[in-house]
Design a protein around this ligand. Structure first.
Ligand code: GLY
Ligand code: MN
Ligand code: MN
Length: 438
């Protein structure tokens, strides 16, 4: 995971945060732990999103400290020391000198010295900003240092009084994407569009779900991007399993394929779903369902405007889908009552989107003071309504096992929605053409 943003952007973020912290506080962030896959082999390392957001420093076993107003330096990094033998095995390390030279730290120390130095940095600062509950190994160390300072109170040591969640401040900062971040999201979106097109052209009866996944992975990896999440490659009835993950079934003529896949490029995610006929032609029932979902998605996207609130796109998607379900004969009754009763939930049982950024399900409150958050320029989200029809005596057989979701990534622009993945075909005829263009 490398950063495409320049050092100034990280510096701006730290300064903004330090203004909010004030001089009586200190912020502490550990890097993500290395996670074991099995035996003594680790998963590929993925830096903690908050740590990355403030430092851009890619190495494990590091701790970042922000101490506003500290005369000897406000931004400190504790990092692994250079070790030529270890570096022969695991690759180069920055070491403290590299952390200062290349990552803008005012000062940097070996990680092994953190026990000795960090309690002294906490002393005299009544408030510690640290997010409890996300790093099981580090939480008890923070408490241990605070308690050690408390017992020294009778010697005049001023121990911290309060541990506040740093995530509370950072989530709000991360919700507003800077111009440079918007450019990162655009790049991740564009690469994801290319990968989906490749998958569409590749799809045909007899191919396996994992073969489609391989096309997507190939396109991502050849641009040094990763999967932002395990993709859903769901043929036929599998599309009605919300978190289908096996991706090991054969694709059959007459079925739809629901592909939900996005890349993480330079630490920013895309999250895109398209649904298309494996054999290149929708059945009338598939097309009818598809058109309802598409109408709902376009209507929901149109609600992504500054001044509207978070729930507006979802409300609109629910409205269009409920009307559509009635037209299709899948629900009976007055749409307004069906919406009130939540009848649509048997076919559309998830929200219409989520924030998007460094995390696929990005941080940021959806409600503020009990009210849905108002959309503002620079926020990024997905819009992803769907209809999923399980076999049931109440449903005509031609609709059984149809699962359709259409998902795009949208930036709240000053004038309205900017659909970052809007180039990717979703008109039903255009989708058929893509699948047929083998
Ligand atoms: N791919 C996960 C989601 O759509 O939220
Ligand atoms: Mn998705
Ligand atoms: Mn999503």
């Amino acid at each position: 995971m490398t950063a495409a943003l320049d050092a100034k952007e990280f510096g701006r973020r730290r300064r903004q945060l330090m203004r909010m912290l004030g001089r009586d506080a200190i912020a502490i962030l550990p890097a993500a732990p290395v996670r074991t896959r099995n035996a003594d082999l680790p998963y590929a390392y993925r830096q903690d999103s908050y740590f990355h957001y403030l430092t851009g420093f890619p190495e494990p076993e590091s701790v970042a400290v922000l101490a506003p107003g500290r005369p000897q330096g406000e931004y400190l990094l504790f990092v692994r020391e250079r070790d030529l033998t270890r570096e022969d095995w695991d690759g180069p390390r920055s070491g403290p000198a590299g952390a200062v030279e290349r990552y803008g730290a005012d000062d940097a120390f070996p990680i092994d010295d953190v026990e000795e130095i960090l309690p002294g940095l906490m002393e005299g600062r009544p408030r510690i900003y640290y997010t409890m509950g996300t790093n099981e190994e580090f939480d008890p160390r923070i408490l241990g240092w605070v308690n050690a300072l408390r017992v020294q109170a009778r010697y005049g040591v001023q121990a911290p009084q309060e541990i506040a969640a740093l995530s509370h401040l950072l989530d709000d900062m991360r919700l507003y994407k800077s111009r440079a971040e918007q450019a990162c999201l655009r790049r991740a979106a564009t690469l994801t569009v290319d990968a989906h097109r490749r998958a569409m052209r590749f799809t045909r009866p007899g191919r396996m779900e994992y073969e489609v996944m391989a096309e997507v992975v190939h396109e991502f990896r050849r641009h040094n991007a990763d999967l932002a999440y395990h993709p859903i490659v769901a043929g036929g009835a599998n599309a009605c399993i919300m978190h289908y993950a096996d991706n090991d079934q054969v694709l059959r003529e007459g079925d739809l394929l629901l592909l939900d896949a996005g890349c993480e490029l330079d630490c920013y995610a895309a999250d895109v779903t398209r649904t298309y006929p494996v054999g290149g032609r929708f059945t009338p029932a598939q097309r009818a369902v598809y058109e309802v979902v598409l109408r709902a998605q376009l209507a929901a996207i149109d609600r992504v405007r500054p001044g509207n609130h978070w729930d507006d796109p979802h409300t609109e998607a629910v409205r269009v889908i409920t009307h559509g379900l009635v037209e299709l004969g899948l629900l009976a009754g007055r749409p307004a009552s069906l919406i009130r009763e939540g009848a649509y939930r048997q076919f559309f049982n998830h929200r219409t989107g989520h924030w998007l950024g460094i995390d696929v399900h990005d941080v940021g409150d959806y409600k503020v003071g009990g009210e849905w958050r108002v959309l503002e320029p620079g926020m990024a989200l997905t819009v992803e309504p769907g209809i999923y029809v399980k076999p049931s005596a109440k449903v005509p057989k031609e609709f059984w096992n149809i699962g359709v979701r259409i998902e795009d990534d949208v930036l709240v622009g000053r004038q309205g929605p900017e659909v970052l993945t809007g180039e990717l075909e979703k008109d039903p005829d255009a989708v058929q053409d893509m699948v047929q263009a083998a």
